[in-house]
Design a protein around this ligand. Structure first.
Ligand code: HEM
Length: 168
């Protein structure tokens, strides 16, 4: 197996698989769980989601973000600063996509996860702190929802700079 195939063949495959899981769970949180939790709180059935569903979903959400970022950075390899610093015109689209993905990554670990831990009672928090945490986690998740759309546009529109023919 050539190094090129590992970096751009397997790397792209792992990047896209983990990206599907990360963004898939992001859409689940925004389009399904947020409203389901509100409805479940209204009829007193929220405990199951908070205890059994949300922690599992957040576990795969966090680690899919880590694998997506690392596999993306691996594909960039020596071109990482060309992309992130827009050094070459050809790398601007993937650079914009990578920055959007990196801001989303920051939101997951700096805002969403620490506040979700308070909300789910995984770390001690007063009711006031939980209410503030709900607002911050909700807004950060909505921001990531919005960022995911241009991010995937730039990922898929980056022109295959980092492609390798699978079978040659
Ligand atoms: C939620 C986050 C992300 C998702 C869902 C995602 C998804 C994708 C997808 C679907 C492709 C393949 C596009 C194609 O084959 O046409 C791709 C390519 C790529 N992604 Fe990402 N990506 C994400 C974040 C990142 C980040 C943070 C980086 C860099 C650190 C990155 C670097 C790359 C690179 C280098 C390519 C190859 C582009 C090319 O061949 O021209 N991605 N990404």
């Amino acid at each position: 197996m050539t190094a090129e195939f590992l970096q751009f063949g397997i790397g792209r495959w792992v990047h896209i698989l983990a990206g599907i899981l990360w963004v898939g769970l992001l859409y689940y949180f925004n389009f399904v769980q947020a409203d389901a939790l509100k409805a479940a709180q209204a009829d007193g059935s929220a405990a199951g989601i908070a205890k059994h569903v949300a922690p599992r979903a957040l576990f795969y959400f966090r680690w899919a973000a880590v694998v997506t970022w690392l596999a993306g950075a691996m594909m960039l390899g020596a071109k990482l600063d060309d992309a992130f610093l827009f050094k070459e015109k050809a790398y601007i689209p993937i650079g914009v996509g990578a920055w959007l993905g990196t801001i989303m990554f920051f939101n997951v670990f700096a805002l969403i996860w620490p506040n979700q831990k308070k909300i789910l009672g995984l770390v001690p928090a007063t009711e006031g702190e939980k209410a503030k945490a709900r607002r911050v986690a909700f807004l950060a998740s909505r921001v990531n929802l919005m960022l995911s759309m241009p991010m995937i546009f730039f990922m898929s529109g980056s022109g295959g700079l980092f492609r390798t023919p699978f079978f040659h």
